[in-house]
Design a protein around this ligand. Sequence first.
Ligand SMILES: [Fe+2]
Length: 393
Amino acid sequence: MHRYHTLGKIPRKRHIAFRDDNGKIYHEELKGNKGFDGPSSLIYHIYRPTAVVGTKLIREVKLEEDPDRSLRMRHFFTSKLNKGGSPVLDRTPIMFNNDVTLWMAFPTKEDEFYYRNAQGDEIIYVSDGEGVLETAFGEILYSQGDYLIIPRGIMHRYRFTKGEQHFFITEGKGETRTPSRYRNDYGQLIERSPYSERDFRVPENLITIDKQEPTSVMVKQRDQLTEVMLDHHPFDVVGWDGYYYPYAFSIHDFEPIVGRVHEPPPVHQTFQGDNFVVCSFCPRPYDFGEDSIPAPYNHSNVMSDEVIYYAKSEFMSRKGVEYGSITLHPDGITHGPHPGKYEASIGMKETNELAVMVDTFYPLLVAKAALDIEDPNYSKSWLEGNFDNTLGE
Ligand SMILES: [Fe+2]
């Protein structure tokens, strides 16, 4: 996160003896990425964060690809996936490459263990549901439309408070950040960016748990899940400060940029990862110039594969998609609005669409697990006349 935050109590200087009322030294921990040069926070624990009772390999996380690698447009109905289970252990992979994995999860069961992804940052798009993200840095309340950004290494757990939980998850190996073009030399978001610091929700309500009893932490590293048993509760933090912590941003706080004629997709960019971007398509007034066509023009992806998660059934350029649909438009094939969509968009004043787009700079593979929910007719759905027959519209 690009701004300093602190909760609880911290010493006047870093790396000095910081003691409780009985004179016992708190255990300082630096958590961050990129060695000692990336964003980091200093955390003060009651117990040694290194006190591990034992570790146990739970399982490997193997991503199996669709053996049919032929280049084509793809469409998946995630609403047909089996629901239930854990928000961490029961995710279904949809697509992946070396930089990013896209998952869906419909958890119904809260985990007893805490989870730490040590090999990637996670962006949880909360498509439905309400709850609390519990972390050692404090709590973040979440609801429909939130992106929860959980940098690698940060231990957390979900508590569900209301409704079905629908998560579209982007797990990236690089650091998730706001695009550098939205920030000035000081890291502050500039006036032209589609959001400001006030739109980002940081952890609050630091709860310090002083309990010396074995506590399970599920760690993802080396493409496997390992249970690490600590001899104490990991939320033993009395205070912390820095730039490295989880945060939330609601898609409903993204301020759309519109123009007299169609604006290109980068105006929707919300986050940047290594070799991928995340964009938000939000309700907005349409382009207002004379004869302007609000629907996008056809385009060949510029060195990227395009994935769209439809967070509402409405989308200005597509037919046949529903809430929860995911489409893949790969580099190498031109894509654009479905027949009739740009004609129909002329003169329209606004859209209520809501969608999350992930563009990856290297090709994506489709996961085998997604084949059962695939729409087999999608690749031909731009043919005039054929469309109505194949998708029933
Ligand atoms: Fe596109």
